[in-house]
Design a protein around this ligand. Structure first.
Ligand SMILES: [Fe+2]
Length: 181
């Protein structure tokens, strides 16, 4: 992506985006050729230095692999190495609003290091929601989804949407009736 200067040209693809009300920090969890991820010492040292630069500014971390066990065993088997060290680091920075991840292809949330960590639904297939131990790896064609994170009134508000074509929108209120609760 040569037009994206902030990505750099070599090494881990980790970067910050500073031009928004919320500071964005991208982390590279890739282990080349493998399904699992890693935040090695080198990557965590880089993160520690970035966090120390602006310890009070609202900040959002994003990366591919979630730093927590989800209960979907076949995905957890391809989880993130280094999550405990990340958690210790994050705990020192209450300005971290979210840790946003993908990988598991389901909307999942968990408290992590004093902040909220989550996986986003996939824009393609979803992992099967099967929390039975050792369930075989499977995906389902549930509607694709996305998350929208709104910075408003000094807080980050996360909406999850589902893609597709649905009836509506219908007005809650018309001249002769209301169906508002
Ligand atoms: Fe993945």
């Amino acid at each position: 992506m040569p037009s994206h200067d902030y990505l750099g040209r070599e090494g881990f693809i980790q970067y910050t985006l500073e031009a928004y009300p919320v500071r964005l920090i991208g982390l590279d969890t890739l282990v080349s050729g493998e399904g699992h991820g890693e935040l090695c010492t080198k990557r965590l040292i880089w993160l520690a230095a970035r966090l120390a630069e602006q310890p009070t500014r609202p900040t959002l971390l994003f990366m591919h692999h979630p730093p927590f066990v989800t209960g979907i065993d076949h995905m957890d088997a391809k989880g993130l190495t280094g999550a405990h060290k990340l958690e210790a680091l994050v705990r020192d920075y209450p300005n971290i609003e979210r840790i946003l991840c993908g990988h598991v292809h389901r909307p999942i949330f968990r408290r992590f290091g004093g902040t909220i960590a989550s996986c986003c639904p996939s824009t393609a297939h979803q992992s099967e929601l099967n929390l039975a131990g050792h369930a075989s790896a499977a995906f389902v064609m549930e509607p694709p989804g996305y998350q929208l994170h709104l910075w408003k009134d000094g807080a980050l508000i996360t909406h999850t949407g589902v893609m597709g074509t649905y009836d509506g929108p219908y007005a809650f209120r018309t001249a002769d009736r209301s169906i508002e609760g």
